[in-house]
Design a protein around this ligand. Structure first.
Ligand code: R5P
Length: 303
């Protein structure tokens, strides 16, 4: 088995866990934004007949899901069709477009389904991702059709870091109904007794978010607001502010995927977060938690 991907800390750690060497991908980008990822091989034959794990992450901050998808799809196709890999397992720790998991208004695209078809066309055999936001579809199975999909926990890594911090009687809170599953998972992973969630509504036209406080006693406790994704930071900031108003002595913003569009972090800190804990599913300098152990286990299971 060969691991292929950019030579970053994530892939170095994954290579070590899988006890294999990393074949580097050079993420070349042309001045107009077109991508040209090159698999750095010595001979055309290097990967022929191999089982290959392609591991690439999106970068935080910039709006680059489209460029990221092009890099992954082109590299998978290249590995399978031109470089002759026998099997291509793709590690995409954050799966872009999974949030568009329903047609909310007539005429909208069911984006994850189309992405699944594109992966099939690129010759992908399996996809490993973390805490995938496919609540309204039948999970990765419906998205990927014949391609195998493994959805590992991104919350477990958050729990490892949060458990090592000095928190006062921590209380995990999801910022909306949907996120109660993350609060529950975090409580269970970290061995904390309570968990709950706020109620949130979002205007589909304007994107404006309203978060309702809940009847909980947070006096003297650390509220850990936990979500899968932070993009604009609006959902997280509202929940952090609500936890503050409810009397929490400190508030930690914890999330799996630091999509973090510009301004989002300031919004969260400005709302009163004392600390931010995010995982490394996306390349971001502030990531403290890791999904590498869960991804390595999934590779072992799928190969
Ligand atoms: C929503 O369904 C997700 O779980 C996140 O709560 C949402 O994507 C966060 O978005 P934003 O940071 O833009 O509020």
């Amino acid at each position: 088995m060969k691991l292929v991907g950019p030579a970053d800390g994530f892939n170095m750690a994954l290579a070590e866990r899988l006890e294999t060497e990393l074949v580097e991908v050079d993420r070349r980008v042309f001045p107009d934004g077109e991508v040209s990822p090159r698999v750095v091989i010595r001979e055309e034959e290097d990967l022929r007949g191999e089982q290959v794990v392609l591991s690439m992450r999106m970068r935080a901050g910039e709006v680059r899901p489209n460029a990221y998808l092009a890099e992954v799809l082109f590299t998978a196709f290249n590995l399978k069709v031109h470089l002759g890999a026998e099997e291509v397992v793709v590690v995409m720790p954050y799966l872009p477009y999974a949030r568009q998991d329903a047609i909310f208004r007539p005429g909208e695209p069911l984006s994850p389904l189309y992405l699944g078809r594109m992966m099939e066309a690129a010759g992908v055999d399996a996809v490993i991702s973390a805490t995938v936001h496919l609540h309204r579809m039948g999970g990765m199975g419906e998205m990927l059709g014949e391609i195998r999909g493994i959805n590992v926990s991104g919350v477990a890594g958050l729990a490892r870091i949060l458990s090592s911090m000095e928190l006062r009687d921590p209380f995990p809170l999801g910022p909306d109904d949907e996120a109660i599953q993350w609060a529950k998972e975090l409580a269970s992973e970290a061995g904390w007794r309570d968990y709950a969630s706020f109620k949130k509504s979002r205007d589909l036209e304007t994107g404006e978010i309203v978060t309702e406080e809940v009847d909980l006693d947070l006096e003297g406790r650390t509220a850990v607001v936990v979500d899968d994704i932070v993009s604009t930071g609006g959902t997280m900031a509202n929940a952090v502010a609500a936890a503050r108003r409810m009397g929490a002595s400190s508030v930690v913003a914890a999330f799996v995927h630091p999509v973090l569009v510009p301004g989002s972090l300031d919004r969260i800190l400005g709302a009163g977060a004392d600390a931010v804990v995010a995982s490394d599913t996306i390349e971001w300098v502030g990531s403290r938690a890791t999904v590498v152990p869960e991804v390595a286990d999934a590779v072992d299971r799928v190969m």
